[in-house]
Design a protein around this ligand. Structure first.
Ligand code: NAD
Ligand code: DAU
Length: 343
């Protein structure tokens, strides 16, 4: 039986995946009211959803922190929220190596605050957006399944694993209806240009060296962000409370393969590639067995990686103004000027 919620809270909706999810939900479920709670860290960009803010009565933006218990509880009760989808996070591995503290505050403490408020408000479903990185790293063969033991290797993935365990504990202890989704590496529109694909696109355009960590042989399973968003929507509508679902893109590529493909599409020379010092604790390979999501939710990735990559390049090329404002920091001023005290 399909669950169709009429009022949902999306956290972190101004980030890469949250923006894409909200825009997809407006297309698929126009009758659902969406409250977007976002702290607007460096990764949050309200411009991504400016079209909705201008004209959509069923969309509300709230500037705030998921780790603020009063705010979260008030939002859940004032808006009569039925389901919470927690996308909010500190999400970049390199930043977590440099300074783990905000990862604990948002990813662990923030998730616990959301869970506690959800329990008190008796919400009908809590969906935690998690990552394949909680499973750690693979050798040359095999895949992660939902029963693979958690073995995170970075402060980021450790904070996401801790959050997953709290979500599970709220289900076991308090009976909170929860679902955890774990996805592989996303690419597509609105990704902040610190992550591999948009970073390499922007550097290659400027004929700057492309820094490849280690030997470039690390493998990621790339999924288009809209395939991930559809997986989350399917889990919200059809998922079994208490379940964990893996999502993957059927597109295992080494980093060097991804970068060479990008350079070829752009017509830039491979000589731009520079091998640099490896990331500490760098996971060698991720690969997802998503057969549970296929059989229970009907999930399959639709995008072929090389086609999705070309579409992503086109998106960045046609949204140079978005990129320019993100790169020079004026997206924050833009938001102040544009929205003023509507925050
Ligand atoms: P992102 O960094 O692009 O966006 C994160 C968003 O969360 C931003 O809008 C930011 O302002 C907001 N945020 C941060 N701290 C907050 C707080 N304390 N309160 C409220 N809002 C806060 O991240 P993303 O790549 O869109 O990832 C979204 C989620 O998906 C994360 O939970 C991440 O762990 C998970 N995930 C990401 C990927 C990927 O490849 N990007 C893959 C699997 C899972
Ligand atoms: O697997 C899911 C995860 O994917 C998400 O949970 C994370 O939020 C998301 O950031 C992403 O993590 P990665 O660490 O895999 O993504 P990143 O884009 O930082 O790096 C991808 C690969 O490219 C990784 O092997 C490191 C490498 N890399 C990255 C950068 C930024 C480089 O070689 N050079 C670089 O400059």
């Amino acid at each position: 039986m399909e669950r169709n919620f009429s009022r949902i809270l999306v956290t972190g909706g101004c980030g890469f995946i949250g923006s894409n999810f909200i825009l997809a939900m407006r297309r698929h479920c126009p009758g659902t009211s969406i409250v977007n709670l976002d702290k607007l860290t460096y990764a949050g960009n309200r411009m991504n959803l400016s079209a909705l803010e201008a004209k959509d009565q069923g969309y509300d933006f709230v500037h705030g922190d998921i780790a603020d218990p009063e705010l979260v509880l008030r939002l859940l009760s004032e808006h009569k929220i039925q389901a919470v989808l927690n996308f909010a996070a500190e999400s970049h591995v390199d930043r977590s190596i440099h300074d783990p503290a905000p990862f604990i505050t948002t990813n662990v403490q923030g998730t616990q605050v959301l869970l506690e408020a959800s329990r008190k408000a008796k919400i009908e479903l809590f969906v935690q957006i998690s990552t394949d990185e909680v499973y750690g790293t693979l050798g040359p063969a095999g895949q992660f399944s939902e029963s693979t033991p958690l073995a995170p290797n970075s402060p980021y993935s450790a904070s996401k694993a801790a959050a997953d365990l709290l979500v599970r504990a709220y289900h076991e202890t308090y009976g909170l209806p929860i679902i955890i989704t774990r996805c592989s590496n996303n690419y597509g529109p609105f990704q902040f240009p610190e992550k591999l694909i948009p970073l390499m696109i922007t550097l290659a355009w400027e004929d700057k060296p492309l820094p490849v960590y280690g030997d470039g042989g690390n493998v990621r399973d790339w999924i288009h962000v809209l395939d991930h968003c559809r997986g989350v929507e399917l889990a919200m509508k059809h998922g079994r409370p208490g379940a964990v679902y893996n999502f993957g893109g059927n597109a295992e590529r080494t980093n060097i393969q991804v970068i060479q493909s990008l350079l070829d599409i752009l017509g830039k020379p491979h000589s731009l590639i520079r091998f640099v010092q490896d990331r500490p604790g760098h996971d060698r390979r991720y690969a997802m067995d998503y057969s549970l999501a296929s059989s229970e939710l009907g999930f399959h990735p639709n995008y072929i990686f090389e086609e999705g990559l070309k579409m992503t390049l086109t998106w960045y090329a046609t949204n140079r103004e978005w990129l320019r404002r993100v790169q020079d920091g004026t997206y924050r001023e833009f938001m102040d000027a544009w929205y003023g005290d509507r925050r």
